[in-house]
Design a binder for this molecule. Structure first.
Ligand code: ADP
Ligand code: GLC
Length: 489
């Protein structure tokens, strides 16, 4: 089985969120199942910094393939991830060699040529999945992820001998919708600009195109697969998804259990495991020290890591913060994003020194320190396709407080008498998206935290849960086999 995995970010090279972690861990798990999986990624400056000795494997600078005339010159380089997964790097200096991030400039403004940047990524994915592939390697399946590669299934309609496509939705809120005027630049025929095609409410939508043309659609948790078929959460795409529901599967993300292992985490000064939690206490002291919180081993510390976006419900934490710290507790934030939320979080830290602390920015070391050093993790997301942090936190013995939505429902079991008795409890779930509900779940957590014996049992239960990729990777492989018409060997 040969699979081309198309993505716009991958850990440890370039990461803005969970897509990067999944793009590293899922291919590695597939490789473990014997799949020949290769990743296609734009060649950002971060790639050149991280990887040496890249080889040129296809050069379109002199002679672009047919249909590439509207795009600037490009070529394909080859490298590999630390896991050994081969990386095809789409090198187009005019489009990808710039400061800022993969989607935005340093001020958080979307790059104006994003349709062209990710149009080219999609176009090259389709070329590699066609009879004209310059590589001498043709995938049985092209696996696209989110809107940035959503046009690949559309381009594949116009190539010879196209590979079938899987389209994975990691977050339906990011749709890649642009004015129809981009159609000619992207080299898409006007007859595809229709409801049964790439058109979506008068615009050209990358994600809609992917969902319409892909042979199979997946999303990252079973609950989110149901939610996106509803008006409340489908963001206009619910009709199409309900129509395609026979070809829509929710497959729960796993986590990289090597990278996220408190017993061997190189980001931490103190290792620990379920049978010896003394390192966790040392990480808590370190967290309080680094963030300037009062050194207090007894007080519960709430931690939050994530994009400061409406999705993550940070506003709810901000609203509840004063009541949370009066439980009493401490509160630590790590995140960046929305300017207003950043300001509000910093203001809290300013108003409650020693009790609330925040770091605005992206910092891998600190994210591991919070997962390890906090006592309780806060993830009150409004919606959450899957979510990785709540799984990391359980593995680190930091039970999460979560809103009952999407993948959070599928990965956290609410702590109550029954779930404590049958040893399945792993966090605190609240149903209505209101600060009073968040507060009451947080209070339940703090009450149990004070009951040393039961808290210790809860931590054991969290830490022994299996969040590995194996089952989910097998589910993807089954979909690939069905599409490629291959039997299990
Ligand atoms: P999403 O993909 O919606 O952002 P996930 O929970 O799936 O949410 O994944 C987020 C990933 O990004 C996690 O690995 C998390 O640790 C990481 N992350 C988010 N914000 C930061 C930050 N400010 N610093 C470090 N890591 C972060
Ligand atoms: C998205 C979602 C998140 C998911 C991640 C990886 O960014 O917001 O819930 O875990 O993708 O699939």
């Amino acid at each position: 089985m040969q699979v081309l995995f198309v993505t716009s970010e991958v850990t440890p090279i370039i990461k803005t969120g969970g897509l990067a972690d999944v793009s590293a861990a899922l291919p590695a798990a597939l490789m473990g199942l014997g799949v020949d999986v290769r990743i296609l990624l734009p060649c950002y400056p971060q790639v050149i910094k991280a990887l040496k000795d890249l080889q040129i494997i296809a050069d379109f600078f002199e002679k672009p393939p047919s249909g590439f005339d509207n795009f600037p010159p490009s070529r394909l380089l080859m490298g590999a991830l630390p896991s050994g997964i081969p990386l095809y790097l789409l090198d187009c200096p005019e489009m990808y060699l710039r400061g800022g991030g993969p989607y935005q400039d340093e001020y958080g403004v979307d790059w104006p040529d994003n349709p062209n940047r990710f149009g080219l990524l999609s176009k090259v994915a389709a070329l590699l999945g066609s009879a004209e592939s310059p590589l001498g390697w043709k995938p049985d399946v092209v696996h696209c992820n989110d809107w940035q590669s959503g046009l690949a299934p559309a381009y594949l309609q116009y190539v010879q001998d196209p590979s079938p496509c899987v389209m994975t939705i990691h977050n339906i809120a990011y749709q890649g919708s642009f004015p129809s005027s981009v159609m000619p630049e992207l080299g898409l025929p006007w007859d595809s600009f229709k409801p049964d095609g790439v058109e979506f409410f008068g615009k050209m939508s990358f994600l809609k195109a992917g969902l319409f043309y892909a042979a199979h659609i997946t999303t990252v948790s079973p609950t989110y697969a149901k939610e996106i078929q509803t008006e409340a959460q489908g963001l206009g795409l619910e009709g199409l998804l309900a129509h395609r529901k026979k070809h829509l599967t929710g497959i729960l993300n796993g986590i990289d259990t090597d990278a996220w292992n408190p017993a061997s985490d190189t980001h931490l000064a103190h290792a620990y495991c379920a049978t010896n939690l003394s390192g966790k206490a040392a990480n808590k002291a370190e967290l309080q020290r680094q963030f300037g919180l009062y050194q207090d081993a007894e007080i519960p510390v709430f931690g939050m890591v994530g994009r400061l976006a409406q999705q993550k419900g940070v506003d709810l934490i901000i609203e509840t913060a004063e009541k949370l710290i009066n439980l009493p507790a401490q509160l630590v934030f790590l995140g960046s994003g929305d300017a207003e939320l950043q300001r509000a979080v910093l203001l809290l830290a300013h108003n409650f020194p020693g009790r609330v602390a925040a770091y605005i920015g992206f910092d891998e070391d600190l994210s591991h320190l919070i997962e390890a050093g906090a006592d309780i993790f806060l993830m009150p997301s409004r919606y959450e396709p899957c979510g990785l942090n709540q799984m990391y936190s359980q593995r680190y013995g930091t039970p999460p407080v979560v809103h009952a939505t999407g993948g959070l429902i599928d990965t956290v079991i609410d702590c109550n008498t029954a779930s404590m008795q049958n040893s399945t409890a792993s966090g605190f779930v609240f149903k209505s998206m209101e600060s009073a509900s968040l507060l009451s779940a947080a209070k339940r957590a703090v009450t149990l935290y004070k009951d040393k014996q039961n808290w210790a049992s809860l931590l054991q239960q969290c830490m022994k849960k299996d969040f590995g990729w194996e089952q989910s990777a097998k589910a993807y492989l089954q979909i690939y086999r069905n599409l490629a018409g291959k039997k299990a060997s």
